[in-house]
Design a binder for this molecule. Sequence first.
Ligand SMILES: *Cc1c(COP(=O)(O)O)cnc(C)c1O
Length: 357
Amino acid sequence: MKKYNFNAGPSMLPREVIENTAKQILDFNGSGLSLMEISHRAKDFQPVVDECVALFKELLQIPDGYSVIFLGGGASLQFMQIPANFLIKKAAYVNSGTWAKKALKEAKLYGEVIEVATSAEANYTYYPSGFEALVPADADYLHITTNNTIYGTQLRKDPCVAVPLIADMSSDIMSRPVDVSKYTAIYGGAQKNIAMAGVTVVILKDDMLGKAPRTLPTMIDYRTHVEKGSMFNTPPVVPIYSMLENLRWIKKNGGVEAAAQRAQERADLLYAEIDRNKLFHGTVDEASRSWMNICFVMNDEYKELEKTFFDFATERGMVGIKGHRSVGGFRASCYNAQTIEGVEAFIAAMRDFEARY
Ligand SMILES: *Cc1c(COP(=O)(O)O)cnc(C)c1O
């Protein structure tokens, strides 16, 4: 049976990206060696990194004066690497969900942290608004999480603030246009929208580096990786290659503008069904609804059907639809590779299930 992958991360990738990566794993560029066994310094691999950086810059229209680097450690390592490099005295954080809170916790290791806004009191069911005005003028930066993967809320505009802006875009990077010039740093684990797990992308404004008043371990100092073009130590070779294939796929399919259109189309279809269907309701405020992670629960009078619906949808090929334990219910993650066909299959399951009750 055909499977429809709604996993929240690692998540669905286009079939051709997987196939092309698999081919290179078997025989890299006809060298007779696997992508898994070549040196990252092999003359054939540098072009992979170069093309990845170039495509990243092209697709997100990254202005001059920015670097794109590929690291290990996940977005979770960035929770400490960002403050280590940028927090001088105090930083402002928007606490919009679990990941934002984790980022905030690590920043406290490096200085004063101001939580300028939060929706924690409402179990993160909306994206805090008006936080721009609450950022202290002397903050070293404002940190935001643009898409809250667990709760299904998203901020799709680039906030205007007078201090440097830093964003965790792990779960919506490359799904929509972003005005990179407004940011000092953008980071994301690649395993939601852009690659297999194992690589983290960091976009950095070069002239903001090297200001931290502390001695940084070599690996933690961003300058190390910027200066060596992500080749200071062994980068995650296969994940970077899978990202290259995916960036090519994004470009071929119209870039981030088209990706955003498709994301909105998928999300609109699914939210419309959630709103229409008597069994379900969405868990977040309409204005904050994410295009990436669509969260919903069973209405109270049908609560006991939750497991039955889960099994029903699973039998029809839906994978990864269980909501995170802090929300419950269901979560359909619709990253770049998600198809309208997948969303329609899910909607059909919701409708057919409704017809039984
Ligand atoms: C998944 C996720 C993370 C954690 O990413 P890792 O690469 O597993 O460390 C951080 N932030 C957001 C928004 C995420 O969705």
